[in-house]
Design a protein around this ligand. Structure first.
Ligand code: NAD
Ligand code: LMR
Length: 327
């Protein structure tokens, strides 16, 4: 199992690379960034875990060397928000970064599982899909937008109300996209079920939808969530790797291209969007099936979903258009 982090020297990239270095399921870990990867790799190389670690910069065919033979590539490359910005404000810079990295994956590791963290996820995943399609190597079962941080926040914030001792033991589907009102937590479908006082529900939903802003504001211009994102990115990557290696019954929401995966057509029809995050059962080939939880939403959640669909459609078409009609 060769894993790659693209954007490995950044706020997310470094702690994510640390967690991947300690993962016993990984034999080789390649770090790629436009700066500092030799230093980050040298530092992590002293950790006595099995993964052999290398660091590459763009010079001397660094991207080709980093990506060749990769099984899984996680992308946290790109600029983060500052207070007052939306994720969509990052599109101008990050769209091109993701396009070029995914082009490099299409050329050097066309069979790799691709996990996209770079924002705006609602648009960067459609960009990746278009680049892979143009290169003739798009496999929708292998392309994931990482929305795990929304799930992690839902687990944490709901526990602050229910008092659950271990927040991770409550499974909460968080679906839709990854920005503001496109993020829809379905607390009615939590397992085990949770009881949220009605006067606390709206604030809880809002906190999950706008949890990213909380961190951006607290960091006062120094960036957005990095450590919690590294945890979430690692959690999702580890699940993909475990499923690929044969472990069964692994389910985690992710933002995928619905028409290309089993069970996805029905959800695309219900939502009117092709890219959407739903609980995904993972298997040896990536997505085994998308699980339709949309129909089970209660009336309050259905209203939230309507707002989500409207916002998401624009974000998705903006990403597709960026590749189809380059600026
Ligand atoms: P950062 O600025 O600390 O790190 C980004 C890294 O990307 C830098 O090291 C930079 O050199 C590198 N980079 C830039 N262009 C590159 C290229 N062409 N190839 C390779 N590397 C390149 O930012 P961060 O805090 O780590 O955030 C990274 C991205 O992740 C942002 O877009 C942020 O919005 C996003 N993010 C997403 C989620 C999520 O839930 N999906 C959560 C948090 C942050
Ligand atoms: C998050 O949800 O924390 C990330 O998408 C970063 C951000 O810009 O809020």
């Amino acid at each position: 199992m060769k894993a790659v982090v693209a954007g490995a020297s950044g706020g997310i990239g470094q702690p994510l690379s640390l967690l991947l270095k300690t993962c016993p399921l990984i034999e080789e870990l390649a770090l790629f960034d436009v700066v500092n990867t030799p230093g980050v790799a040298a530092d992590l190389s002293h950790i006595s875990s099995p993964a052999k670690i290398t660091g590459y910069l763009p010079a001397d065919d660094g991207m080709k060397k980093a990506f060749s033979g990769a099984d899984i590539i996680v992308i946290p490359a790109g600029i983060p928000r500052k207070p007052g910005m939306t994720r969509d404000d990052l599109f101008k810079i990050n769209a091109g970064i993701v396009r070029d990295l995914v082009q490099g994956i299409a050329e050097n590791a066309p069979k790799a599982y691709i996990l996209i963290i770079s924002n705006p996820v609602n648009s960067t995943v459609p960009i990746a899909a278009e680049v892979l399609k143009n290169a003739g190597v798009f496999d929708p079962k292998k392309l994931f937008g990482v929305t795990t941080l929304d799930v992690v926040r839902a687990e944490t914030f709901v526990a602050s109300i229910t008092g659950a001792k271990n927040p991770q033991e409550t499974v909460i589907p968080v679906i839709g996209g990854h920005s503001g009102e496109t993020i829809v937590p379905l607390f009615s479908q939590a397992k085990p079920s949770v009881s949220i006082p009605s006067d606390k529900l709206d604030a809880l939903v809002k906190r999950v939808q706008f949890g990213g802003d909380e961190v951006v504001e607290a960091k006062q211009g120094a960036g957005s969530a990095t450590l919690s994102m590294a945890y979430a990115g690692y959690r999702f990557a580890e699940k993909v790797i475990k499923a690929v290696k044969g472990e069964t019954g692994i389910v985690e929401p992710s933002f995928v291209y619905l028409p290309g995966v089993e069970g996805g057509d029905e959800i695309a029809k219900a939502t009117g969007v092709d890219f959407f995050s739903v609980p995904i059962e993972l298997g040896t080939e990536g997505v085994k099936r998308a699980i339709n939880v949309v129909g089970d939403a209660n009336d309050h959640e259905k209203k939230l979903l309507q707002v989500c669909y409207d916002g998401l459609k624009g974000n998705v078409s903006k990403g597709i258009d960026f590749i189809k009609n380059p600026p």
